[in-house]
Design a protein around this ligand. Structure first.
Ligand code: PYC
Length: 306
């Protein structure tokens, strides 16, 4: 019998399950090597935490590991039902809320080591969290994607801690039933990856419904499910596109609404005078909604997930 303590939270509706005790000791000289060790030797641990029957395809897991630099709070390995994520914006906000719930963080600035790079966070007095994400940038614009039944769609390819294919649809296009949005975004991903194999998220845009909102999105994640939050890395990629097109000025707020109506506020600054990349900041809120002991009973054929 093995046990792990996990804290569940959700950020704008999107769940994060953070393992705070009982996980494996990982070897490696940095967070990428630790992820490699987890992938090679402890992948069953990932599956047990996020897959059914305890989890689901929408669950994002986070394993906290010691920081290499003592100035940082800890390292984070993000994962889901099919593998690992370099960075996760809603998950980082969830981890800050989780560590505050555990009494390990108070309002102020705290840095975390992720596979994508160093992420600085600020826990505000009102419980909201701002993350200063890794440098984000657009690599391609006006990419033609021929999608059956849709004709030619035009996409941007951008990095925001994960790789995104971003497609602006008509204002009402996101009002379609969710299964239709899932199959459309899956087909866009299939076609996009023929040219850009590293892209693993698709972000579709339509008109916002929230008063004061700038845009509404539907984000397909690598596990085949859609993000209930506006997606922190996806909003970072969107900000990189807006900056590259001079459609949003530095420090101007951008209210990104998710498909369920939750919102993040994004802003950016350029990293350099050549405007090669931006540093996006994303503000949102997470709530802790579970504090659980996970039991792995070796007599249970599905104890390590399926
Ligand atoms: O918020 O960055 C994010 C994210 C990635 C996948 C699910 N959420």
């Amino acid at each position: 019998m093995r046990t792990f303590r996990v804290i569940d939270s959700h950020t704008g509706g999107e769940p994060t399950r953070t393992i705070v005790a009982g996980g494996p000791e990982l070897s490696g000289a940095n967070i990428s090597e630790m992820l490699h060790d987890m992938h090679l030797h402890h992948d069953g641990f990932r599956k047990a935490i996020v897959n059914e029957p305890r989890g689901s395809e929408v669950m994002v897991g986070a394993y906290l590991v010691p920081a290499l630099d003592p100035a940082n709070h800890c390292g984070i390995i993000f994962f889901n039902n099919v593998g690992y994520l370099g960075m996760c914006g809603h998950g980082t906000i969830g981890i800050v809320a989780t560590l505050a719930y555990l009494g390990k963080l108070s309002p102020g600035t705290h840095r975390f080591e992720t596979v994508a790079g160093l992420v600085s966070t600020t826990l505000h007095e009102d419980g909201t969290v701002t993350i200063a994400n890794v440098p984000s940038y657009r690599t391609h614009t006006g990419v033609e994607l021929n999608i059956a039944g849709q004709g030619t769609l035009f996409a941007d390819i951008a990095y925001g801690g994960n790789w995104f294919c971003l497609v602006a649809l008509s204002d009402s296009a996101l009002d379609r039933p969710l299964p239709e949005l899932l199959s459309l975004s899956q087909e866009i991903l299939r076609v996009c990856r023929l040219q850009f194999p590293k892209v693993d998220h698709v972000e579709l845009f339509g008109a916002p419904k929230t008063p004061g909102g700038d845009s509404r999105n539907f984000v397909l994640c690598p596990g085949g499910m859609y993000d209930r939050s506006p997606c922190g890395t996806g909003t970072s990629a969107k900000l990189a596109c807006l900056a590259a097109d001079s459609k949003l000025a530095p420090n101007e707020p951008w209210i990104q609404e998710s498909i369920i109506g939750s919102t993040f506020t994004g802003r950016y600054e350029w990293t350099d005078t050549e405007h090669t990349a931006i540093v996006p900041t994303i503000t949102g809120r997470a709530f802790v909604n579970g504090d659980t002991q996970v039991i792995v009973d070796e007599r249970d054929p599905f104890a390590w997930g399926f």
